[in-house]
Ligand binder design. Structure first.
Ligand SMILES: [Zn+2]
Ligand SMILES: [Zn+2]
Ligand SMILES: [Zn+2]
Length: 131
């Protein structure tokens, strides 16, 4: 199973909330594109349109002038949490998850049987737009 597919199985979307956002990156050429609020889409967009190198090298996050130093590879996650206000919960017990892939660890450590097969429910942050 490829990684992307495996990742999708762990997530269940909170349908009904817009989950596309205007890109807020200010560095480089002006960007008025709409990006899907997911790590994969942000990763692709940051790489292609803003030349961000997705590795451990630290770069300033230029989303609306944030300037916090982040590893390039962590920038998509940083943007989702800190700038787009995404939240993730266990679909069984509604425990708050620090990030989407934390459901794996939660499945392992939870005492509740229902959590063993739970997915991460995604709650897109405010400010999303329909496309
Ligand atoms: Zn952009
Ligand atoms: Zn930032
Ligand atoms: Zn749970």
């Amino acid at each position: 199973m490829d990684h992307e597919l495996a990742h999708q199985i762990l997530l269940s979307s909170n349908w009904g909330t817009p989950d596309h956002y205007f890109c807020g990156i200010l560095a480089g050429r002006p960007c008025s594109q709409v990006v899907h609020g997911s790590r994969n889409s942000l990763r692709r967009h940051l790489k292609k349109e803003h030349g961000v190198i997705m590795n451990g090298t630290k770069v300033p996050c230029t989303w609306l002038g944030c300037l916090e130093q982040q590893q390039g590879g962590n920038l998509p996650r940083h943007i989702l949490r800190h700038h787009l206000g995404f939240r993730w919960e266990c679909s069984h017990c509604t425990s708050r998850l620090p990030r989407d892939d934390a459901i794996r660890r939660h499945r392992d450590i939870s005492d509740e049987e229902g959590c063993k097969t739970a997915t991460a429910v995604v709650f897109p942050g405010p400010g999303g737009v329909w496309i």
